[in-house]
Design a protein around this ligand. Structure first.
Ligand SMILES: [Zn+2]
Length: 185
């Protein structure tokens, strides 16, 4: 996410996509939009805006999670981990067979490993992560036959919007940068 920010464009309109008179949202898009809401909430606490939700085997919302590394000062507090914990608590069962996890950014190796351990059935993500993506981009955890569990993966759902949230966050942080980082010599 180090690319220079583009000129502000139509992305400036908060929630503008909701007003589009396009085709109705697919089920995957509907849940990913909930994950986007969580991403926005993460940004409010200074955390990188990444959100996740989990749907149960019945297709109902089971749990929500968001990145809270800064809030909790916890390197493992990624959105997926937060959502997995909430889902396991909700079901009183750490086996999340039949559940689908929706996340705005492709899961990292830690989270992909946790998804294997949770026996999740399916993962749907927004934008790929060229630096840490571990279900498609850098690794294919989830499709590796050497592991004891595999899950289905669908990427690129609402990818532009999911990427835009991150891009805005980093652009704003760069603008605020001089307050937090020493000036260049
Ligand atoms: Zn992660």
């Amino acid at each position: 996410m180090e690319a220079p920010p583009d000129e502000p464009d139509a992305q400036d309109e908060p929630d503008a996509p909701n007003d589009e008179p396009d085709a109705p949202l697919s089920e995957d898009e509907r849940f990913l939009r909930m994950a986007l809401d969580e991403a926005h909430a993460a940004a409010e606490t200074g955390d990188v805006p990444i959100g996740a939700v989990i749907a149960g085997p019945d297709g109902q919302l089971l749990a929500r999670g968001r990145n809270r590394r800064e809030l909790d000062q916890d390197p493992t507090a990624h959105a997926e981990i937060d959502a997995l914990r909430a889902a396991a608590r909700a079901r009183n069962d750490w086996h999340l067979n039949g559940c689908t996890l929706y996340v705005t950014l492709e899961p990292c190796p830690m989270c992909a490993g946790a998804l294997v351990n949770a026996r999740i059935a399916r993962v749907v993500y927004g934008c790929p992560d060229p630096k840490a993506g571990a279900v498609d981009t850098l690794f294919s955890i989830g499709r590796d036959p050497r592991l004891n569990h595999r899950f289905e993966v669908r990427g690129g759902v609402l990818a532009t919007e999911c990427a835009a949230v991150l891009k805005r966050f980093f652009a704003e942080r760069r603008r605020a940068g001089p307050r937090f980082t020493p000036p260049k010599p």
